[in-house]
Design a protein around this ligand. Sequence first.
Ligand code: AMP
Ligand code: TRP
Length: 328
Amino acid sequence: MERLVSGIKPTGGLTLGSYIGAIKQFVELHKNYETFVFVADMHAITTPQEKEKLRQNMKDIVAVYLACGLDPEKATLYIQSENPYHAQLSWILECHTYLGELNRMTQFKDKNQKQGDKNLSCGLYTYPVLMASDILLYDADVVPVGDDQKQHVELTRNIAERFNNRYGNTFKVPEPIIPKAGARIKDLQDPTKKMSKSDDDSRGCILLLDSEEVIRKKIMSAVTDSDNKIIFDEKNKPGISNLIMIYAALNNLKVEEVEEKFAGYNYGSFKSEVADAVINTLRPIQEKYKEIINSQLVEDVLDKGVEKVIKIAEAKCREVQEKVGLGR
Ligand code: AMP
Ligand code: TRP
């Protein structure tokens, strides 16, 4: 069976974007792949985090993974930092990554530009290498991610190929899996940027645990245009295009099918249908989440998960250290 590896940073409540771009794929794919899904807490601390919140977010993510339908018998769930080999391999890979490569990472460039010279951490800069280590440690065949992470998976492939060329075949070269609909869900208030949990204007971002009332309000007040036609045109109609994409992704439809279905609707009634679709998707997830978050299940699943992944990672790390010449 081929292997799937992916993770999410516990930097805030999960969003509709991370559900559509990532979690939905994990759930669909995990029946056909040996699946490793983790909480990327070491990635989270690349920007300052409050300890208590970080821990709560980690638990929440695991409860949401389970509530969305990841079967703990089929998928291995774990906390990244509980397996020390991620950091161990990351250092070795950093020594095989070029500055020029990291300088080209658009996510870092964007953050750097936004914050100017305000004390960005070195971790934020080298973070794509830690991500490569998360993936290569387990010889992943596929990595389901949203569009914003594609460049990091490409870097991972380059590092793997470089290492294999120099030391002989060591790592699987992984393929990214990017969803056809919803690879980049946009902010509802500013549909030119990605929906993101760290944004200050929370009205543009739907959290998976938002109440029905809040979800409806956010969608009904989504920024659109004055054209009043349900047509997909990302350049000229980014707001409506985003709502079409959300509806398409949640109902496994093509964009054209959504356009056809809602031809003749006005924006108000279309938005109301999108709100229903989001609420109907999230309601059962929220109900399951409530059952799971206060049960012992999260702890049990994580204990079992880390035990399994440490064994795999240790063997891979030994092999790498041996090839590079580290230790005696
Ligand atoms: P993060 O929450 O930043 O760790 O992202 C977790 C996963 O969700 C990654 O695979 C991202 O690419 C994906 N993701 C996050 N935000 C969005 C979005 N707005 N649209 C689509 N995918 C997203
Ligand atoms: N960098 C990803 C994000 O910010 C999260 C992540 C960390 C990840 N390590 C990974 C995703 C390995 C896939 C595979 O969204």
